[in-house]
Ligand binder design. Structure first.
Ligand code: ADP
Ligand code: MG
Ligand code: ZN
Length: 490
């Protein structure tokens, strides 16, 4: 069963994605203009990216290097010769009247990305049709001046890669998993920061439905303007359901581009420049053939970092972690590095994993920060884990100390000293707490003695409260049982 069955079990959802990722370069694709998000409008422009007559493009070699890394990590065949082409159309955010992209001879083709299906955990390999380089267009601002559209050309000419998948995805959830994996991979490669909100990762989703068992592809809709993973999944679910409804009603699905409206949770047909699909592509006359040598391809391949799926596998083998832990801890490189630093200094990797996936990630989520911004030293966490392991701190106290460590940046030993937090095993002290609790709760003691044994945990809780969590649980149980029984009838 796939998730598309929630739309209608007799139809299958087919999805192919075109993902645009902004490359992490300091300057634009064909000129020296700086790349920066949020700069004042039209301050990062020059004759080349403004498309002024006579200005000539020069290819940014760093952009090519980054695209090459992405292509190789995705298992693509890289072509030593590829060609830039002009895609001609008129739009106010495109001052040259054409976009420089790659068309019939792209940088790379025939890659794949392995996913694990959210249903039943089966392995899915999504074929990547092509990966090519192109430049971004400017940005239209429709809401600044009533009745007018403003144009910011800071984005015009920023280098992008476009990654086109085959229609291999069979549910909106799997499409989301694909984009998540792709973003993670590009981040690992330091090719793109993958920020969907800032538009450095943009997804055009193609979706169609067909009767189960059919081998033909149905007519697709192209959906744009999803700015988060959850919006992507919602938009695809919405459009697929529309296709099913139309088909079941005996209507024809028309090929359309739809704009997703996150606020209203619906997709509308786009008023469009792009419906007239004649871009009159031709090779860009101002740029030479893009040549990448075999040597450079090999050098790049050797220089690839450990990729997410490789790291996950290593975490399972090297640290004996469950697959789930390996996946969570490998979500980002900083998190994985943090885990490894702690694991290297502490005894048991699974215990470290529990702390990192539990308390540490909860603190990150609470603060809305990444592991790097949390300011927690791996060595300090290892020390804390050691203190809990040796019994100096109870588990609960350990969590308390960790919270203080994050707040103050202090070492665990110092916090334990200052707050007088270490576990109390001293029998005299525990007996005093127990005696006080028995005295304070005569009714409960009475009931316990009449056979309500479950009240034992109530007493333990009371003593824990009195001791501010410091009483050694094993000792406490012993003392408590002894005290209640000794006083029995007396
Ligand atoms: P177009 O010519 O309309 O651009 P392409 O064949 O180039 O269409 O494919 C563009 C994207 O749409 C690819 O990611 C591809 O996987 C996807 N795609 C193509 N046909 C379908 C379909 N029938 N249903 C869903 N996705 C599709
Ligand atoms: Mg296309
Ligand atoms: Zn420029």
């Amino acid at each position: 069963m796939s998730a598309s069955s929630s739309t209608a079990s007799s139809f299958e959802t087919i999805i192919g994605l075109e993902v645009h990722a902004q490359l992490k370069t300091g300057s634009k694709m064909f000129c020296g203009c700086r790349v920066e998000f949020g700069a004042p409008p039209n301050t990062l422009v020059c004759p080349v990216c403004l498309g002024l007559p006579g200005a000539l493009p020069v290819t940014n070699s760093n952009a090519i290097a980054l695209a090459l890394r992405a292509a190789l990590a995705l298992g693509c065949a890289v072509h030593t010769r590829s060609v830039f082409a002009r895609k001609n159309y008129f739009y106010h955010d495109l001052p040259k009247g054409f976009q420089i992209t790659q068309y019939d001879q792209p940088l790379a083709t025939d890659g794949s990305l392995a996913l694990v299906s959210e249903v039943g955990g089966e392995a899915v390999s999504v074929r990547i049709r092509r990966l090519h380089l192109e430049e971004d267009a400017g940005k239209s601002l429709h809401d600044r001046f009533p009745g007018l559209t403003a144009v910011d050309l800071n984005r015009a000419g920023i280098p992008l890669i476009e990654i086109v998948s085959e229609p291999d995805l069979r549910s909106p959830a799997l499409a989301r998993a694909y984009v998540t994996r792709l973003k993670q991979t590009l981040e690992y490669l330091e090719v793109s920061d993958g920020n969907m909100e800032e538009g450095s990762l943009r997804v055009d989703a193609n979706v169609s439905v067909r009767p189960r068992g059919s081998r033909d592809l149905g007519t697709k809709s192209e959906v744009k303007n999803m700015n988060s993973f959850s919006q992507l999944e919602k938009a695809l679910t919405y459009v697929a359901a529309q296709h099913v409804k139309l088909t079941e009603a005996g209507s024809v699905v028309e090929h359309q581009t739809m704009l997703w409206d996150p606020a209203r949770g619906e997709a509308r047909p786009m008023r469009e420049k792009e419906d007239i699909h004649d871009y009159r592509y031709f090779p860009e006359p101002d740029l030479p053939t893009l040549v990448v040598s075999e040597a450079e391809i090999e050098r790049t391949r050797r220089g690839l970092p450990e990729l997410p799926w490789q790291k996950e596998e290593r975490f399972v083998h090297e640290y004996g972690l469950p697959g789930y832990d390996a996946e969570v801890l490998s979500a980002t490189r900083p998190l994985a590095d943090f885990f490894e630093a702690v694991a290297g200094a502490a005894a048991d990797p699974k215990t470290v994993s529990n702390w990192v996936m539990g308390e540490v990630m909860a603190a990150c989520n609470e603060g809305g920060v990444g592991i790097a911004e949390l300011g927690l030293e791996p060595g300090a966490l290892a020390e804390l884990i050691g203190l809990v392991g040796s019994g100096t701190l109870s588990n609960n106290l350990g969590k308390q100390v960790l919270r203080k460590m994050i707040e103050t940046g202090k070492a665990p030993e110092q916090i334990i000293d200052e707050d007088d937090l270490s576990k109390v095993s001293d029998v005299g002290q525990i007996e005093a707490w127990v005696a006080a609790v028995i005295e304070d709760n005569p009714k409960e003691v009475e009931r316990y003695r009449r056979g309500e044994e479950k009240l034992l945990s109530f007493f333990i809780g009371q003593v824990m409260q009195k001791s501010k969590g410091r009483a050694d649980p094993a000792r406490l149980r012993e003392v408590l049982l002894g005290a209640i029984n000794r006083d029995w009838g007396g």
